[in-house]
Design a protein around this ligand. Sequence first.
Ligand SMILES: NC(=O)CC[C@H](N)C(=O)O
Length: 206
Amino acid sequence: MSAPVGVLALQGNIPEHLDALRACGAEAVPVRRPSELAEVAGLVLPGGESTTLSKLLEAVELLEPLRERLRAGMPAFGSCAGMILLAREAIDARPDQHQLGALDITVRRNAFGRQVASFESDLAVTGVAGGPVRAVFIRAPWVESTGRGVEVLARVPGSVAGPASGKVVAVRQGPVMATAFHPEQTGDARLHDLFLRRVRDSVAAG
Ligand SMILES: NC(=O)CC[C@H](N)C(=O)O
């Protein structure tokens, strides 16, 4: 891959994502401004707080350039708040929160309950070989509904009791994927590797 892969570096677990991408052999760089966005072949949107991220994207004038790159087919991988931003619609988001609309999904913010700070589960993820992925959810959303072009990659297992049971927590639509959980928290870079395969396909397709 000639161009580096970026990690949106406004808030959240930025070094962990950079490390995971590098562990997969990619050149990974932080992205804080439009000139840096223009240089990358794909972008990771880390978790954090989606209202704050939405404001910061606007403040550093990345919102429109990012929308434009996504419209033009740039591969992207959003985790947690990154998933919320990439979604077409977010339930329980502030009305002035921006949506990037790159995934035809409706997400529910803080879906596991505001009191539920974190929740962990082993998930089978489509496209990830070698056994289940340990998924760490931190004040996470889940996906309430998906449009036609959206592939479900993972759900909370049916064996988990309560309202989270069976909920969609990882999706892909074309070159854009997202997880409600934090793949950078576990030292397992298989989801980053899945994303990088998309980036390589997109670079190869020109
Ligand atoms: N870990 C996270 O990214 C949490 C997301 C946060 N609850 C939000 O709504 O933006």
